[in-house]
Design a protein around this ligand. Structure first.
Ligand code: 5GP
Ligand code: MN
Length: 335
């Protein structure tokens, strides 16, 4: 993988460009894709954003979101753009299998592939150019760097600023996580001067749900939470019946994993959600417990040191049993 800086002089020649991100894109994945879309379009390129799957409807406020193609819903439309692409930007993931059914199509593409990402253990051989930096707060911060370092800071308008800010806020836990280095605050100050409407972004991200989601959260905390004090761990188990009863849609379960972290002394929070196609795990830790290694080793997943995800094809009961077994193996790391 050649350094991202080698792309900067090549931006002068206009091209057909596809941008994609991980499946079920979150605010950082969608924000980075749309900020880059806005920037490259302003430079005169022809740009399409293709999401591997659908996304939470509360991301639809993002400028440009209406033009994003859902690969699972409009395969023909996505394929026709991928066929034409000279460049493919891969944002907020670092192994092609994070794009689910889109992965074989991306693997087979011969165009120039460019990675911009902040997760651990990138599959560098899949990309021609790129930057992978786990010290970065978010992929949105890296898109900001890309725009500024390529000499085009003047092209950051309020739409691009809103998208970048959304990803930074989401991935730093509202400027809370250790990844919030001084440069993140400088970035925000710069965005503010370029038209960022930060209150609008916070409203759109955090105060934009239906009543059912709040009742669902109450139900899960009340009835589906186990506090395993001997492991300083909290487990939330969400069966399919709950998702149906509370009309839970893509994105509605995001953020649930954060609530148990408010209990004093908790080092690991795990949530498993019984989705149609798989049991989806999320892990969050405080301090020295490595969620990335844990998810990789036991749940076919990965991510960051303090936040990761994974999956299981076992039943919800069996995957929970397995979790408790491997928790015992990791007991010493959780004391
Ligand atoms: P979340 O729990 O919010 O879905 O994900 C937490 C972090 O782990 C995110 O940065 C996300 O991209 C990453 N992640 C979630 N699921 C997976 C997975 O199955 N594999 C890998 N490699 N990363 C994941
Ligand atoms: Mn991210």
């Amino acid at each position: 993988m050649k350094p991202i800086a080698e792309i900067y002089p090549q931006l002068r020649q206009t091209r057909k460009i596809c941008i994609t991100m991980h499946q079920k894109p979150d605010a950082d994945a969608m924000g980075s894709a749309l900020a880059l879309h806005g920037f490259l379009s302003a430079l005169g390129h022809t740009v399409w954003v293709i999401s591997p799957t659908n996304w939470a409807s509360w991301l639809n406020w993002m400028p440009g979101c209406a033009s994003v193609i859902d690969f699972e819903r409009n395969r023909a439309g996505a394929e026709s753009h991928l066929d034409q692409a000279e460049w493919l930007f891969c944002l907020d993931f670092n192994t092609l299998n994070r794009t689910k059914n889109l992965a074989p199509r991306l693997e087979a593409m011969n165009c120039v592939k460019i990675l911009i990402d902040h997760h651990r253990e990138p599959d560098e051989k899949s990309f021609d150019y790129g930057i992978s930096d786990v010290k970065k707060s978010s992929t949105c911060e890296m898109i900001y760097d890309f725009i500024v370092q390529s000499g085009h800071a003047d092209l950051i308008n309020s739409d691009i600023a809103d998208c970048i800010y959304a990803g930074v806020v989401a991935d730093t836990g509202s400027f809370r996580f250790s990844s919030t280095h001084a440069g993140v605050h400088r970035l925000v100050a710069d965005l503010k001067e370029r038209g960022l409407e930060h209150m609008h972004v916070h409203d759109a991200l955090f105060d934009n749900f239906h009543e059912n989601r709040l009742r669902f959260i109450g139900h899960v905390i009340m009835n589906r939470m186990e506090v395993l004090y001997e492991y300083n761990t909290v487990l939330l188990t969400v069966p399919k019946a709950d998702l149906i009863k509370y009309h839970i849609k893509t994105g509605d379960t995001e953020g649930l994993v954060n609530f148990p972290q408010t209990i004093k002394g908790i080092k690991l929070v795990a949530i498993v959600i019984d989705r149609d196609e798989e049991r989806k795990w999320s892990f969050r830790s405080k301090g020295e417990f490595d969620c990335n290694s844990f998810a990789r080793k036991y749940f076919e997943g990965g991510g960051h040191f303090n936040a990761s995800g994974g999956r299981s094809s076992a039943s919800i009961g069996d995957t929970v049993k397995y979790f408790k077994k491997v928790l015992e193996e990791n007991k010493a790391l959780l004391q």
